[in-house]
Design a protein around this ligand. Structure first.
Ligand SMILES: [Zn+2]
Length: 269
């Protein structure tokens, strides 16, 4: 599909005109998604930045709340060898429902989405910046999946895409594609040991959900990176099946622990 070239100034003035007429969402009918992603800063009037990391929102937020989040996101990203802090990154928080629908594809189903082709822009559902949380159904998503985590996760998708090129990026197996952003997103303290503990002690309510898949993928990546480089992981990732022994061991270990617990009467927390 080909689109006419649109200048940023034209886009900006058209959006202002629509906003003044009380129908800002009509912008989505007039321009391609590619243009809307690229020109997204015009749609989100509130902005702050730390180094190369930009945060935009359509609702006001305070720098004093946002900057510490961006500092921590930068810290987590810097732990990844493929992160290039010379490249600008922009994140957009969609509080307006039409923007959430437009950029995330559906309301309330996913927390964030990264775009790469049009611009390295990542979009998020409603957020409470003051409390470092994305909001799902107006309730904050619990730690450790904070706004800091989500920003780092989506920016890591961008870093992977830029590092590998779109073809290799899109060919990554799911466990690496999602597991590496999970691993980086949870921060430098997220070791294989911690990942295993989190996986073993996972809330039964996450069973069979996307959250459980992400925990498993994060554990696989953390385990693999204990004795392999990131380049090895990205260039010749083992298939998901070769981790089945690891999960078997985890399950058996848990059974054994449960037996011990019963025998000694200890209380498990
Ligand atoms: Zn992801």
């Amino acid at each position: 599909m080909r689109h006419h070239q649109v200048s940023s100034a034209d886009f900006h003035s058209r959006f202002q005109a629509l906003s003044q007429s009380g129908i800002p969402e009509q912008i989505a009918q007039e321009f391609s998604l590619e243009v809307l992603v690229k020109e997204a800063p015009a749609l989100f009037p509130y902005h702050t930045k730390y180094k190369n990391l930009h945060l935009y929102s359509d609702h006001p937020f305070k720098d004093v709340d946002a900057i510490p989040i961006l500092v921590e996101v930068h810290h987590r990203l810097s732990d990844s060898p493929i992160y290039d802090e010379k490249r600008a990154r922009s994140a957009f928080i969609c509080n307006d429902e039409w923007k959430e629908e437009l950029f995330l594809g559906s309301k309330g189903k996913i927390g964030g989405r990264a775009y790469l082709r049009a611009a390295p822009h990542v979009f998020f559902t409603k957020a409470d910046v003051k409390n470092d949380a994305l909001l799902s159904e107006y309730r904050p998503i619990a730690s450790p999946r904070t706004l800091t985590y989500y920003l780092t996760h989506e920016f890591t998708h961008v870093a992977l895409g830029e590092h590998l090129g779109m073809k290799r990026f899109e060919a990554l197996p799911k466990w690496v594609f999602e597991g590496y952003p999970e691993f980086v997103g949870l921060g430098p303290g997220y070791t294989a040991e911690k990942a295993a503990t989190a996986y073993k002690n996972r809330d039964p309510r996450v069973h069979g959900t996307l959250a459980e898949d992400y925990m498993r993928y994060g554990l696989m990546v953390a385990t693999y990176l204990e004795d392999h480089s990131l380049e090895e992981l990205l260039s010749s990732p083992p298939d998901e099946g070769s981790f089945s022994k690891l999960f078997q061991a985890l399950v058996e270990n848990r059974r054994e622990r449960n037996l011990n617990t019963t025998a000694t009467g200890e209380i498990q927390n």
